[in-house]
Design a protein around this ligand. Structure first.
Ligand SMILES: [Fe+2]
Length: 173
């Protein structure tokens, strides 16, 4: 996996956020939201030429990682879609470019879920969730252009492969 070099300013923002990961969940989520909003307000802070973008699917670019959190730039080719999933850790994301459809689900068992709502996310949107609250969703790029989002997860990328706790099959609502 290539690791894009981020600017000193972005690295400092993320280091501050990593410190706040030791605070209460609500305080951490507020810091993560603020950090993401600051990043989204200044897209020039991330050089798109440093991001890996495969021709299809989802390309993950690690921007920053500690034992407390990992920050990724995700490039979504048109048609890219995640499984329906929940998370074992905090999950915050913001949309930098393009549009993404986020569909929320309600689990009806450990293996199946029904869709409850659906929204198209646009640049500047930020969501933050904890595994203790609603956090079961699917994200898809069903638009014609590539999309770029920034994700802040509360896991150590050297220890765990992803933020996903379980994936679910969709049941009829
Ligand atoms: Fe997710």
């Amino acid at each position: 996996m290539t690791q894009p070099t981020v600017s000193a300013e972005v690295a400092a923002m993320m280091a501050d956020l990593a410190v706040s990961a030791r605070r209460t969940p609500d305080a951490y989520l507020a810091s993560a939201r603020t950090t993401l909003l600051r990043l989204l307000a200044r897209p020039e802070l991330l050089d798109p030429s440093r991001l890996t973008a495969h021709g299809e699917g989802l390309s993950r670019n690690l921007l920053f990682g500690t034992e407390a959190l990992s920050v990724w730039a995700m490039v979504w080719a048109p048609g890219a879609i995640t499984p329906v999933h929940d998370h074992h850790c905090s999950c915050c994301f913001g949309l930098l470019r393009g549009t993404l459809r986020e569909t929320w689900y309600r689990a009806i068992s450990d293996t199946h879920a029904v869709a409850t709502r659906d929204a198209v996310r646009t640049p500047g949107f930020v969501a933050c969730m904890m595994p203790s609250g609603p956090n079961l969703h699917r994200i898809a790029n069903d638009g014609p252009e590539a999309a770029v989002s920034i994700h802040v997860y509360g896991y150590d990328h050297r220890v765990q492969a992803s933020s996903i706790h379980r994936t679910y099959a969709v049941a009829a609502g």
